[in-house]
Design a protein. Structure first.
Length: 442
């Protein structure tokens, strides 16, 4: 049984901005090769898998029903792993294809995907690449995660009658403001989804104002993620090197390292042997961060070089990928980066699951609903600058009962996970047909 052909009428009536987007991506085709090669040099693409970005693959489409899930990068991939396991457990004839756009997410998924699930890079958002991708994989349903909506991929999928869902939908105030300038386009894109599951009431309201239908507010799927993994042997080795020193983590930092360095120097006045672990968000900034820390007069050990944590080490620069679970297990307090400047903040539940007390800056728009709940139950502490950051960390490191109470409060949000996952899984299964599009591999 073959998949239905595209319905041209569904794409002929695209809004003007969507037609312009298609035209621009078509005109830019001659530059595509150079663009991809440039990304390979910067470590943003895998050379051996570049054809997947053009919708070409040697991977075989599995027999039976196929659920396609698109997740932008690492965070979205981690949040959807429990969902993949849940839907596969409900249907032994189901397989899952997950697409992402980053090398780090591809490597993570290679290690963590269960049987009957496989990864491909998402095709570039141009008509020919998208059509090749859909022609090959013929998904029975498609799920998009959070907020990355590629116009051509979405509208081409809709034109083929593929049931589509948007799960754990998130929309920031800035994004909503931008979409309101193109109301018809926003309504057309959101209207492609048969069901939209918003992660919070703020997102649900914003999507509704943009014309989204079939909208439910289920809660944040990130609540259902498992604790970030860690190598137990390496964890024991680092704990032995650190000993009884008080430790705090600055996680997913983005141009906040100078403030963190100053905060460390303030901390040393109260906790002379404190160790700061800094985990920059972007690999390209690792060298710059080390230079800034050394310029501040700090003794730095760098993980990628294999530097040992000595008694006089003040900062451990955690400049590796995929080890956040290891670093969070080493500390008692976690400052979440991308929050002292206008970058939207980071997911507070990752440290909460690993018994770290949460500290954050004022810019947390990406996770407004979670932080609002944390504030209501005193599950996190807000800071604004060097002085308040240093004082919050010092207070939490020194006062174990207060730290334990804050962690316990934050863990109550994690307890909501099972219901969110169950309801999301039910909605996703509901999109799949009773019988597969393909009864055998092509």
């Amino acid at each position: 049984m073959s998949a239905p052909p595209p319905n041209p009428s569904l794409t002929v009536h695209l809004t003007l901005p969507l037609r312009i987007w298609r035209g621009l991506t078509h005109l830019g085709n001659p530059l595509l090769g150079a663009h991809l090669r440039s990304r390979v040099k910067r470590g943003k693409e895998e050379e051996a898998r570049l054809s997947e970005r053009r919708g070409i693959t040697n991977a075989v489409r599995p027999a039976g029903k196929l659920l396609w899930i698109h997740a932008a990068s690492v965070g979205e991939s981690l949040s959807v792993l429990p969902l993949i396991n849940a839907v596969l457990a409900q249907d032994e004839d189901l397989s899952v294809l997950i697409t992402t756009g980053t090398v780090t997410s591809a490597k993570l998924l290679e290690e963590q995907l269960p049987p009957r699930a496989q990864h491909q890079y998402v095709p570039l958002d141009r008509v020919n690449s998208v059509r090749r991708f859909l022609d090959h994989w013929k998904p029975d349903a498609g799920i998009w995660v959070e907020s990355e909506l590629w116009p051509t991929l979405l509208t081409e999928s809709k034109s083929r009658g593929i049931p589509l869902g948007l799960v754990n939908a998130r929309m920031s105030k800035k994004s909503a403001r931008g979409w309101k300038r193109l109301p018809r386009t926003a309504a057309q894109m959101l209207g492609a989804f048969d069901v939209i599951l918003a992660q919070d009431n703020i997102t649900a309201r914003r999507l509704s104002e943009l014309g989204a239908g079939h909208l439910l507010e289920l809660g944040n799927l990130k609540l259902a993620a498992d604790p970030l993994p860690a190598d137990e042997g390496e964890l024991a080795r680092l704990r032995d090197a650190i000993g009884n020193r008080p430790v705090w983590i600055a996680a997913s930092t983005h141009k906040e390292e100078e403030i963190i360095a100053s905060a460390h120097q303030h901390l040393e006045k109260q906790l002379p042997n404190v160790l700061s672990i800094i985990v920059p968000r972007q690999p390209r900034r690792f060298d710059v961060v080390e230079q800034e820390l050394v310029a501040a007069g700090l003794k730095v050990a760098r993980r990628s070089r294999g530097d040992a944590i000595a008694e006089d080490t003040q900062v451990y620069l955690a400049d590796t990928m995929g080890e956040m679970g290891l670093f969070l297990r080493l500390g008692a307090v976690a400052f979440l980066g991308r929050s002292l400047f206008d970058k939207g903040g980071s997911n507070p539940l990752e440290p909460a699951r690993l018994n770290c007390a949460i500290v954050h800056g004022p810019y947390i728009e990406n996770f407004d609903d979670l932080y609002e709940k944390l504030r209501a139950i005193h599950g996190a502490r807000a800071v604004e600058d060097v002085e308040t950051l240093a004082q919050a960390v010092a207070d939490l490191l020194a006062d174990e009962p207060a730290r334990a109470a804050q962690i316990t409060a934050a863990l109550t949000l994690v307890a909501e996970a099972h219901e969110v996952l169950a309801e999301t899984s039910k909605a996703v299964i509901g999109l799949l047909p009773s019988h597969p599009t393909l009864s055998s591999t092509p």
